[in-house]
Structures are given as C-alpha cells and as structure tokens.
Design a protein around this ligand. Structure first.
Ligand SMILES: Nc1nc2c(c(=O)[nH]1)N[C@H]1C(S)=C(S)[C@@H](COP(=O)(O)OP(=O)(O)OC[C@H]3O[C@@H](n4cnc5c(=O)[nH]c(N)nc54)[C@H](O)[C@@H]3O)O[C@H]1N2
Ligand SMILES: Nc1nc2c(c(=O)[nH]1)N[C@H]1C(S)=C(S)[C@@H](COP(=O)(O)OP(=O)(O)OC[C@H]3O[C@@H](n4cnc5c(=O)[nH]c(N)nc54)[C@H](O)[C@@H]3O)O[C@H]1N2
Ligand code: SF4
Ligand SMILES: [Mo]
Length: 763
C-alpha cells in the first residue's frame, strides 16, 4: 500500500511473520491503520480464558486473528468489567511462540525438538499407547487433564480414559485447586457447588473472606464485596498477609498459616457461649451439632489466640459480628484449602455457617471461590480419578451401570478408581506407570517439590503433551501436539457461581494445530478404538453429556446451548424432568441452593440438603497442625500464591508483554522486622531454602505480612520456581498438596549466576 490510507476499502490481510514481529495491533498500525483504528470483521461474545470468574467479553476478530478485547456490558456477572489479564488475553493467539506443528524430541536439533507431521505424531502416540498397555498392563498408561478446558473436553477425556484406554489412571489439575472445597462441600451439604449466586453478596450484613486474595485473584468478586460495604456491610478478612481487600476491610485477622480450623473452632465456641446460633435451624436442618459443640468447648479465645497468632479481641469481635448478623456471606479460596488438613479447614468454616442458620435464603450464603476458568465444570463430569459424569462415583455399581448404559459398554469393562495426580507422578517414579499423555497441565511448574517431579518425568518411556505453547513440562515430552487456544474452539464452562455459560469460537486453529478434542479422537481412531469417540462437534458431546449427567447430582439434562444463550447462562442442577408436584427449575436453572421447601433427587423432598434425610452435616473438626512446621533449622513459614498479572504456571501470561512488565519476576515477600534480623534490605538477593530445594530471588520488604512468614508467588519456572521448596504432603481425603505451609530458612545472597535464562532449577 502506498502511503497512509485513512479511508481504505478493506484492511489488507497480514502474514503471520509480520504479526509475529509486531504483534497484531502494531502490525495493523504499521499498515497505516493507526488513525482510523482497525475495523474488525466481527465481534464474538464469549468469556475470558483465565480465571473462574469467567468474565463475559467480546473478542475483536480480523482475518482469523483475535486483535483485541471489548467489554460485553450485558453479561450480568461482570457487567463489562475485566482485570488486566482478560484485557491482554488477545496477545496469545498470534504470539510467535504459538505451536503450529507437532514436535518430536531430537537432541541434535537446537532446542531439543524437531517438527513432525501431525498424522505421524498421532500414529506414534497411538502406537506407544498400544505397546505400553500390551507390555505393562492397561493402567501403565496414564492421563493428566485440566480444568481450563471446556466441560465437553473434560467429559471426552474421562470417556477416552475409561472407555477407550480402559486405564484407571486419569486425574486433573483441579487436584491442586478445588478438591478440598469439593470434598468438604460434599461431606457437609451432599453437593459441591457455590451455594449462592453472587448477587446474594450485595445485601449481606457481614462478609467473611478467608484465604482468598480476591482483589488479585477474583477481581470481580471484590466489586461485589465493595458494593455490599457501601451499603453498610462489615467485611472480615482472614489472611497472613494484608492483601488489597484486607486494606479496605473492617476487621483483619492475621492468621498464622495452617491454623484456620483453630480459628473457626474458636469462633464457634463463642457463638455457642453467647447463644449467637440458630437453634431452630440446627434442630430442623442439620445433624452432628452436639459432637461439634463438644469439640469446640476447649477452643477458648485464649487457646485460639495462642494457636492462630490472632489477638483475643479480634477473635471476639469476629464472633460477635458473625454471630449477631441478620444476613451474611462466607467465602474462602486456596489460602484455607491448600493444606494437608484442607478438608478440615473447609468443614470448620461450614460449621459456623450452618450454626448461624444463614444459608439457602436471599443474602445468606456460602461459597468457595472457583480458581480455574472451568474449575467447577471441570470437576463434575468424569476426569477426576474416582468419578463418572454427573458427579457420579466410579466405585458405585449403580452409577457404573448407568454411565456404561449411556456409553453402550459392559459396566464390568469400566476400570475401578485410579490415583490422584501426584500419586501418578510417584507411580511414574516407581516404574508402575510408563506412559503419559497430558492435556492442559504443566506439572513441572505447578506440582510441589518439583525437583522430584522432573526426575520422575525423565523416567517415562513415552510422554505426549498437548498444548499451544511449549511448556516447561513439554520439554520432557517425547512428542508435543499443537492443541487449541480457548478462542479456537467452542463449548461450555461453569463459572464460580455454578452458572453454565457458552464459550464461542472466534477463529480457526492456525497451521497444523487442532481443537484438543479432535486430537484425542484422532488418537482413538489410530488405535482402532473410536467407538463412542467420533463426535462431530462439541455440541454433540454436550448432548451426550446431558444424558450421562441425568439423574446425577450435577444434573445438566435440562440445559441446552440455546437456553444458555437466551438467559446469560443456566445454573445447574437443571434436570429435564422432575416428579409430579415438584417445580421445574426456572429459565436460569437453580441459582440458589438449599432454599426451604426445595426438591432434590437425593432428599426427594425430605429437606433442602442433598442427603436422604434432607439435613446438612456438621462435622467434628479437630485441629491438627501443618505437615512440616518450623523448627530451629528451618525457622520461617513459607506460603505461596499469586499476583494479579500472572496466571497459574505462567505458560500463558509469561508470554504477554504488558503482564510481564507489570510483574517481571517473583520476589520473596518479608516483613521489615524479619528482614532486619536477616540483614536484608528491599531489593537485595535472598535465598530461601527448604528440605527439598532452594530458590534465590530479590527480597520485597513490606509491612503487609506476618513477621514469621515469607510469601513467594509461584508462576515462574526453573530457578525462579517456588515449587522447588514446597512439600508434597497431601490432605488424606482430598489429596490436595500443602502449598500454603512449609518450613524454610532465608539468608542474604549474591546475584545468582546465569540467572535470567536458565530453565534448570538450582540443585
Ligand atoms: N491473578 C491471578 N488470578 C487467579 C489465578 C492466578 O494464577 N492469577 N489463579 C486462579 C486459580 S486456579 C485459583 S485457585 C485462585 C486462587 O485464589 P486465591 O486462593 O485467592 O489465591 P492464593 O494467592 O493462592 O491464596 C490466597 C491467600 O491465601 C493466603 N494464605 C496463605 N496461607 C493461609 C492460611 O493458612 N490461611 C488463610 N486463611 N490464608 C492463607 C495468602 O496470603 C493469599 O493471600 O485464583 C484464580 N485467579
Ligand atoms: N506453590 C504453589 N503451587 C501451586 C499453587 C499455589 O498456590 N502454590 N496453586 C495450584 C493451583 S490452585 C492450580 S489450579 C495449579 C495449576 O497448575 P497447572 O494446571 O499446571 O497450570 P496451568 O498454567 O493452567 O497449566 C496448564 C497448561 O495447559 C495449557 N493450557 C491452558 N488451556 C489450555 C487448553 O484449552 N488447551 C490446551 N491444549 N492447553 C491448555 C497452558 O498453556 C499450560 O501449559 O497450580 C497449583 N500449584
Ligand atoms: S482473569 Fe478472571 S477476573 Fe480477570 S478478566 Fe479473566 S475472568 Fe475476569
Ligand atoms: Mo487453582
């Protein structure tokens, strides 16, 4: 084009190389479109590819490229609001690192890989699955899957494992995220979903947020809390750090990491002592109160203060506000759940909700805040090691019979439950698992004690990874298959409130990349086992999922793509049939659970909770300390978590320039008092060392953290990875790792050599 064209007819198509060099925005600008802006070919209404808030947004699409993001004001949950990650997500699709071909390991090639034809990669993967299963048994080939995938894909992965490969060993990255909350909710309520839509936060008198850095990790939720505060709500925050939400709260409880059960037991103690409990609700709708009351009798304010490190006065104030409130909302996230007693912690929080009787009514609620984009839908339909679709159990003969019937197979051919994601790694280490396929999981960065994880992965005879960027884990793979970004496929996800929403396709996969579900089906076909795995579209998968989930607790049978589009999402449970005399769920499904008089398929009208007697369970929560507490040798608590501008293992967000600029590297956060004792000043290099590894980073000296605790965000790999230090202790019920507490020592250090670029962890 000659000279700047301000009134051009059509914007010229651009080649990938130009875009790779300049990025989609600049590439068009370079073509002189800067003044008039770029007119997209279309806007696609969809949702964010990152966290469980699942903000509605519109993608601007031009020439099969996502070139920007615009608000979608009508979507009721976020009403056009987004955080920096959502706004910058469009910078992934045309990124020069986007995988456009399959790759195979080749130590002679630069980077250790060479390209490979897609079909050859599929054939090779199928051949190795065949060989490994024939030589070592079916369970010797394992699958790791993810909760950033659409629900359709997670359903397919469960079916691929259980029907096609017939391996017991499939699990997913939600094992590192939502399982303590899930197990706790099932034990207490019989169902695993946020009990309320977020609108119920708005009119609550008291909001208690525990172990959730909502301003950085669930930014839209922060807006709900702030709106409630403007109407007079009191906000209580429990965290070892004064996070942004804590800075604006009315009462901050600086809990010592790993001590939440003690705190909630102490609050319940005071509620009972002052009769700040709802006796009638407890008698009518719960069982187990007396045993819990006996357990918390010893949790006097003094004892609670000693264990938790929180002042007696603050504990009393929290109990009084919570106990005497008319309406309330309690929410928690991984700070409460990432513990070797994560399920206990969750149950202790639920106990104070049930004792208050404030659940199942407007502005009276409880929720765990979902982490991953599809952290909710991804834990419902069969990719968990013990699960079948509809939240059914793989060990339950009736459930096996129903799902096998839908799938057209003999229930006896379904494997029994397998092991959790970390145990899969241990089995690889012991030589019991020889082959692995992972989709949407970056274990080398995200699993605890990752020096062990790397050594285990090196022992695999075959490792296939499906991803759109070469992840740190993919570097250990034999073959890497180019999968799809969220905007390159369609389907559904279920966001934090339990609302099932539509992900709409904006663009086609580039190069040889394929939608993830096609890759899985291509492998099944190459194995000659495509029966039941020949779906033509995600829509077909969803129709089968509706049937497979029918009658289960996570019942999606009444949900259709059309109904979702029409109502800005549909909340499950949403059955397609209910008995005579029972009200069908409205157009939006079931936004609020446990309403008085509500019907569910387990209680069948006996009461609102999902047990045969319709009553919720209070569970005795005896306090037990963390698996590895501090001692003389390792005297400081390490806790780990997130920053606003990075996401999970960072494989996506560490490639997005503006997000990297915002937070280019992890730092060790420590209190000035601790820093002075260690002779460290802000910006100095410091080494944190645990029994498992060490990590040298710059120190960030801040007054917003307990002086006995340091914090490292975990989004970085190699030498910068916090998971070199963390412990692989797991909760015995949920199998979640204890990311939030281990013991370290910290010393001032010199700048590490070859720091910036090395992917190899420090030894
Ligand atoms: N920016 C951003 N947002 C995200 C993500 C991301 O990676 N980046 N990831 C998404 C996902 S998958 C998840 S799971 C969520 C996680 O969301 P959050 O759980 O809110 O985030 P974390 O940083 O893991 O931990 C939350 C808080 O727990 C505190 N904490 C540590 N130990 C304890 C303890 O023993 N008790 C209590 N009460 N608090 C403790 C930490 O100080 C921290 O502030 O965020 C989602 N949103
Ligand atoms: N120390 C410490 N460690 C932690 C935590 C902590 O708080 N502290 N938090 C834990 C938590 S809560 C979580 S959720 C885990 C997350 O741990 P991971 O699941 O390992 O993290 P992700 O970055 O989501 O990794 C997913 C991979 O899949 C790719 N991917 C994403 N979406 C898709 C898709 O649609 N298709 C395909 N083919 N690939 C996709 C990404 O590029 C990435 O490589 O980390 C856990 N690890
Ligand atoms: S990362 Fe979460 S809060 Fe941010 S835009 Fe995406 S869905 Fe919304
Ligand atoms: Mo998570």
């Amino acid at each position: 084009m000659d000279g700047p064209a301000r009134t051009t007819e059509t914007t010229p198509s651009l080649d990938r190389e130009t875009i790779a060099q300049f990025g989609p925005h600049l590439a068009y600008a370079k073509d002189a479109r800067l003044d008039s802006g770029v007119e997209p070919d279309k806007y696609v209404k969809t949702h964010c590819c990152f966290c469980g808030q699942q903000c509605g947004m519109q993608l601007k699409v031009k020439d099969n490229l996502v070139i920007g993001v615009e608000p979608w004001y009508e979507f009721p949950f976020n009403k056009g609001m987004m955080c920096p990650k959502g706004i910058k997500r469009y910078l992934q699709q045309a990124h020069p690192d986007r995988l456009l071909h399959a790759y195979e390991k080749d130590t002679a090639s630069p980077g250790g890989f060479k390209t490979m034809a897609y079909d050859a990669a599929i054939r090779k993967t199928a051949g190795e699955i065949e060989r490994i299963q024939a030589t070592y048994g079916r369970d010797a080939f394992a699958l790791l899957s993810g909760a950033s995938l659409t629900t359709e894909k997670t359903y397919l992965m469960g079916k691929f494992a259980h029907m096609c490969l017939r391996t017991a060993n499939i699990d997913y990255n939600g094992r590192l995220c939502m399982v303590s909350a899930g197990a706790g909710n099932k034990k207490a309520f019989g169902i695993d979903r946020a009990a309320n839509p977020w609108d119920d936060i708005l009119g609550a008198d008291v909001i208690l947020v525990s172990g959730a850095n909502i301003a950085e990790c669930a930014p839209i939720t922060t807006n709900y809390v702030w709106q409630a505060r403007e109407q007079g709500a009191k906000v209580i925050v429990v965290d070892p750090r004064i996070t942004p939400i804590a800075r604006t709260c009315d009462l901050f409880l600086p809990v010592k990491p790993g001590r939440d059960t003690a705190l909630f037991n102490g609050i319940l103690h005071l509620m009972i002592e002052h009769d700040w409990i709802d006796q009638q609700f407890i008698a009518t709708h719960t069982v187990g109160f007396d045993a819990v009351a006996a357990e918390v009798r010893e949790w006097t304010p003094q004892r609670t203060a000693e264990v938790t490190g929180i002042a007696v006065k603050s504990i009393e104030q929290a109990a009084e506000w919570w106990g005497t409130a008319k309406t309330s909302f309690l929410c928690h996230a991984r700070g409460l759940e990432h513990h070797s007693h994560g399920v206990q912690n969750v149950l202790s929080a639920i106990n104070v909700v049930l004792a208050s009787g404030r659940i199942g009514r407007p502005n009276c609620g409880y929720a765990t805040i979902t982490g991953q984009g599809n952290g909710q839908g991804g834990r419902e339909h069969g990719q968990k090691c013990d699960q079948l679709p509809g939240g059914r159990d793989l060990a339950n003969p009736e459930h096996r019979g129903y799902v096998a019937g839908v799938w057209g197979m003999d229930p006896a051919d379904l494997p029994q439950p397998g092991v959790d994601a970390y145990e899969i790694i241990r089995k690889i280490d012991r030589g019991e698992i020889k082959g692995l396929l992972s989709l949407c999981f970056n274990p080398v960065v995200s699993l605890p004690d990752n020096n062990f994880v790397r050594q285990a992965l090196e022992k695999l005879e075959y490792y296939a990874v499906i991803d759109f960027f070469m992840s740190e884990s993919a570097r250990y793979a034999t073959v890497v298959l180019p999968g799809s970004l969220q905007e390159e496929d369609e389907g559904t996800v279920t966001q934090t409130e339990g609302r099932v929403i539509r992900i709409n396709k904006a663009v086609e996969c580039p190069g040889e990349a394929r939608p993830d579900w096609q890759i899985i089906q291509d492998i099944a076909k190459a194995l000659g086992r495509e029966q039941g795995l020949a779906f033509a579209s995600p829509g077909e998968m969803f129709e089968e999922l509706r049937l497979a989930s029918k009658g289960g607790i996570a019942d999606y049978s009444g949900i259709s793509y059309e109904r979702i589009e029409k109502n800005f999402g549909v909340f499950w449970p949403c059955p397609s049939e209910v008995p005579d005399g029972v009200a069908m769920p409205g157009p939006q499904g079931t936004p609020r659970l446990f309403e008085p008089g509500s019907w569910n398929p387990v209680a069948k009208g006996a009461g609102p909770f999902y047990f045969p007697d319709g009553k919720a369970r209070l569970n005795v929560t005896a306090y037990v300390g963390p698996a590895e507490d501090v001692d003389e040798e390792f005297p400081i608590i390490l806790t780990t978590g997130r920053v606003v501008s990075q996401f999970l293992s960072g494989n996506q967000t560490r490639r997005i320039g503006p997000l990297v600029d915002h937070c280019p590297e992890p730092r060790i956060e420590m209190h000035p008092r601790l820093a002075t004792r260690l002779g460290i000043t802000d910006g100095d290099w410091a080494t944190a060392e645990s029994r498992r590894g060490n990590c040298t980073l710059r120190a960030s000296v801040v007054t917003t953290i307990r002086p006995d605790t340091v914090f490292i965000p975990y989004h970085w790999a190699g030498r910068k990875s916090a998971n070199q230090l963390t412990i692989s202790a797991q909760d015995p019920i949920s199998k979640i790792p204890e990311y939030k507490v281990c013991a370290v020592r910290v010393r001032k250090a010199d700048a590490p050599p070859a720091y910036a670029d090395s992917l190899e962890p420090q030894q």
